[in-house]
Design a protein around this ligand. Structure first.
Ligand code: SF4
Length: 304
């Protein structure tokens, strides 16, 4: 019995991919029990590959030329299931991740040329309020209620002095209105007391405001101040995991993992692209892999 661990994607190259060198290292960290003979290994893999013995008598897998990344990922997923843990995140080198995400962002840019914040706003204060309201609510719904809200309470001071009930009248349809109204009041009071009624432009100051987490703070930085910010929402979390650029649901860690491989100047745009890709194609529970422009770079791509 030989052993194989899923580190072979590490050596993914265009054209003829020889997994030989990988299989050596794989044997050092056994995870999956593989059949010893070439014939049975040939049966094990879910697509046509040639398997030969190398000079040490170990199986050597030669993948066909022009092999599609999605096909590779099929094998990867089957193996990942067996190990109960996806390992591309741990095995792909930093440079390989950087190259892959660069290609992904290039493909997404072509697919979604106008990627931008979907919330309507005229200044940092309006974006801050809209982002707080957008929790568990669609941007479209928020955009419907904010014009009236900003007409009634145009400044942080106006909103801080409003009663919770008055605010609820305007924001009820965005859901969780009690909580959101209290957050808006408290946040605006802090803006007035600590920042002279202005929205601060640093991550530390923004996250110190009531109801403002890292995601909201990064949205404000990136879209209201033009300071690169990687906002990690549910779409970014899902897609970063599917693409195996991370292996956690912890937003702060995901932000760190992505920030390490995406050029800083592209952080804001990358958030938009992932969010819009998540709404349009990589939809939770029913991703449209067959029409996905980044399927060839995605180890989670489903075969049609
Ligand atoms: S739609 Fe499919 S191929 Fe595209 S990113 Fe999502 S899981 Fe990957």
């Amino acid at each position: 019995m030989q052993f194989l661990q899923i580190t072979w994607l590490h050596s993914l190259r265009a054209g003829n991919v020889h997994v030989e060198s990988i299989t050596y290292s794989l044997f050092l960290k056994p995870k999956i029990r593989m059949p010893a003979s070439c014939e049975s290994l040939e049966n094990f893999v879910p697509f046509s590959v040639s398997v030969r013995e190398n000079r040490h008598g170990l199986p050597r897998i030669v993948l066909p030329e022009c092999i599609h990344f999605a096909t590779l990922s099929t094998l990867y997923k089957i193996m990942a299931k067996k190990t109960k843990k996806a390992t591309l995140f741990h095995t792909e080198t930093h440079e390989e991740k950087k190259k892959r995400i660069k290609a992904i962002l290039r493909a997404l840019r072509k697919d979604i040329p106008q990627a931008a914040c979907a919330l309507h706003f005229r200044n940092p204060f309006q974006l801050l309020v809209s982002t707080i309201l957008s929790a568990q609510c669609t941007d479209e719904r928020v955009n419907k209620v904010t014009p009236e809200l900003f007409r009634a309470f145009p400044t942080p001071r106006d909103m801080a002095e409003a009663t919770t009930e008055e605010l609820i009248d305007y924001i009820r349809s965005t859901g969780f209105f009690n909580h959101k109204a209290k957050n808006l009041k408290a946040c605006c009071a802090a803006l007035v007391e600590k920042h002279g009624g202005n929205v601060p432009s640093t991550l530390e100051e923004l996250t110190a405001l009531p109801g403002v987490g890292r995601k909201t703070a990064n949205v404000i930085l990136g879209n209201a101040f033009g300071i690169p910010g990687l906002a990690v929402d549910t779409h970014v979390t899902r897609i970063a995991n599917l693409l195996q650029f991370t292996d956690t649901r912890d937003a702060e860690k995901i932000e760190r993992h992505l920030a390490a491989i995406i050029p800083k100047k592209d952080w804001t745009e990358a958030s938009h692209l992932f969010i819009l890709h998540g709404r349009k194609t990589c939809i939770a529970r029913r991703p449209r892999c067959s029409e996905c422009v980044i399927a060839r770079f995605c180890p989670s791509a489903q075969s049609p």
